[in-house]
Design a protein around this ligand. Structure first.
Ligand SMILES: Nc1ncnc2c1ncn2[C@@H]1O[C@H](COP(=O)(O)OP(=O)(O)O)[C@@H](O)[C@H]1O
Ligand SMILES: Nc1ccn([C@@H]2O[C@H](COP(=O)(O)O)[C@@H](O)[C@H]2O)c(=O)n1
Length: 515
């Protein structure tokens, strides 16, 4: 296998721009990330503590009210007014209409099917998808078509929301759903206004006729509202008017913001401060001997030679790329040694049986470059950056292979998680947590990285996730806290922030490789 064909491991080593990803190819992604050094993020801050366990659920809001009362409108306005606060998902009860039979669909087209009875909705599925999201697990929700009156074959993958807004006429009806909400809202709207809005909307957006709308309304919608929907307003914490509701939305957003502030973890600060104390306590300078699952690439003269070239600030870009690729190949090869192998016998061209080994896994690595070492493997990417104000790692982008998204993981599925370096360990921590949230077992995760900081968050990382294996090219002694000058989107100097860099380190590997 030739070293120069392998792409580098993820390479954003820019202080405070910790990036765990697998795509890494696009120079413009890097440029964009540089531009956004001061990040005003909509991403997800940590939802777990130093022990790796979840410490905060997503904040869940339930919004009920009559059809066309303005539930979606209220939900969207809340999202807007939260501004730069983390990811918010709006989950509509409509997604959970049950599968209809052809006869039911025929009735629906004749406005003779009751979509307004609680039994029309798959409440257990609604509650279980919401519970997964609240517990920070991934979920796949059905997609519903109002024009076809049917649930479609595709589903929508959702993961990583810090705030979830569940809205629907029956959102407060089911006790299992109500138990999941942190805040319950009922949108109270005049019936005439709701009917007028519904006619307008259903004609323009749902392809309905006025006659059909009125028939359905009188037969099902209005009676259901009186019987099932309106009575659930008694469960609400807040009643929001169906129009002129800007003040109510403002009050709700302030409440949510305060709740999120109380849940902030300060994880990076704590990880950066834990390493040195731990190492003193262990009393050994040898990180690999302290951490059961850390494999340091044998420091052969060849490896030392490559590292020296990479550390040298004078190394030209061409050499940097060439030797980064070589080191990446060696690391991936080393990592594949950690996979289970089983005996395999083959017959040679001269008819003799030879006994050997065969890798006994499905490998699901997260790095494009790995494909050149192990072909035919699905690849995903994660973008985890430090938030400007807090320095906290923020999940900004997640693109996982379908087998992970859908939790279709065979027992022998392994995931290679790759990043340029582990300094405070905060980004690595989040990346591992994400895989665990998708059901990947700890001992099936192999983290491959060029560089680990001895005094960084590595020991916390290993304590939280002891079965995760780490393969690295070098262990550096120090983690230096330094002040990074910010640059905002208009390239103007902006407020700076503290970051941690590995010393002696390799510098900003991404910049040196791509720019
Ligand atoms: N506060 C409001 N002011 C003006 N129009 C509104 C307001 N709330 C909702 N609408 C309009 O009413 C219609 C139905 O609102 P929507 O939020 O979709 O209702 P629901 O989700 O309760 O069925 C939409 O066309 C929307 O633009
Ligand atoms: N195939 C369907 C399914 C549902 N409806 C109506 O939608 C209403 C709920 O959605 P809102 O956005 O208005 O809350 C409900 O009243 C059903 O009558 C439909 O018309 N066709």
């Amino acid at each position: 296998m030739s070293g120069d064909t392998l792409s580098p491991l993820p390479t954003f080593s820019r202080p405070g721009l910790s990036r765990t990803t697998t795509t890494l190819t696009a120079r413009d992604v890097l440029l964009q990330a540089r531009k956004n050094t001061v990040l005003k993020s909509h991403g997800r801050p940590p939802w777990y503590g130093e022990d790796g366990h979840r410490i905060s659920d997503a904040f869940v809001i339930g919004i009920a009210g009559g059809s066309a009362s303005g539930k979606t409108h209220v939900a969207r306005r809340i999202v807007q007014s939260l501004g730069s606060i983390p990811t918010v998902v709006i989950l509509s009860q409509d997604s959970f209409y049950k599968q209809h039979t052809p006869e039911e669909i025929e009735l629906a087209f004749a406005s003779r099917y009751d979509f307004d009875h609680p039994d029309a909705i798959d409440m257990p599925l609604f509650a279980s998808c919401l519970a997964d999201l609240k517990d920070c697990r991934q979920t796949n929700i059905p997609i519903y078509s109002f024009t076809e009156h049917q649930r479609l074959d595709e589903t929508k993958y959702l993961y990583g929301a810090a705030i979830i807004i569940a809205e629907g006429i029956m959102a407060l009806h089911d006790p299992a759903l109500r138990a999941l909400y942190d805040l319950k809202i009922f949108v109270q709207c005049d019936s005439d206004l709701m009917l007028a809005r519904r006619i307008k909307r259903d004609v323009t957006e749902r392809g309905r006729s006025v006659d059909g709308i009125l028939e359905q309304y009188l037969r099902y919608v209005k009676p259901s509202y009186d019987h099932f929907v309106q009575p659930t307003s008694r469960y609400a914490n807040i009643i929001v008017p169906g129009s002129d509701n800007a003040v109510a939305i403002d009050i709700i957003s302030t409440h949510i913001r305060r709740q999120l502030d109380e849940r902030a973890t300060q994880l990076r600060q704590r990880l950066a401060g834990t390493g040195p104390r731990d190492l003193v306590a262990h009393g050994s300078p040898d990180l690999a001997s302290q951490t059961l699952n850390l494999t340091l690439l044998p420091q052969t003269p060849q490896v030392k030679g490559i590292l020296t070239i990479l550390r040298d600030a004078e190394t030209c870009r061409g050499d940097f790329i060439f030797f980064t690729d070589r080191l990446a190949t060696l690391l991936v090869e080393k990592a594949t040694e950690l996979l289970p192998y089983r005996p395999k016998s083959v017959v040679t061209p001269i008819g003799v049986e030879a006994h050997g080994k065969q890798v006994d896994v499905q490998v699901r690595p997260l790095e494009r470059g790995l494909r050149r070492v192990i072909n035919d493997i699905p690849i995903g990417s994660m973008l985890i950056q430090s938030e400007a104000a807090s320095g906290e790692p923020i999940l900004l982008h997640l693109q996982l292979p379908i087998c992970i998204r859908q939790r279709h993981l065979a027992q022998n599925t392994y995931v290679f998680l790759v990043d340029a370096q582990i300094s405070t360990g905060a980004a690595a921590f989040m990346a591992i947590r994400i895989l665990l949230d998708h059901g990947v077992p700890q001992d099936h995760i192999i983290f491959v990285t060029f560089l680990v900081a001895r005094c960084g968050g590595i020991s916390v990382l290993q304590r939280a996730f002891p079965a995760v294996k780490i393969v690295c090219g070098a262990v550096d002694d120090h983690l230096r806290e330094m002040w990074l000058e910010g640059v905002d989107e208009g390239e103007q100097p902006a407020e700076g922030r503290k970051v941690w860099v590995v010393e002696p380190g390799i510098g900003h590997i991404g910049d040196r490789y791509y720019l």
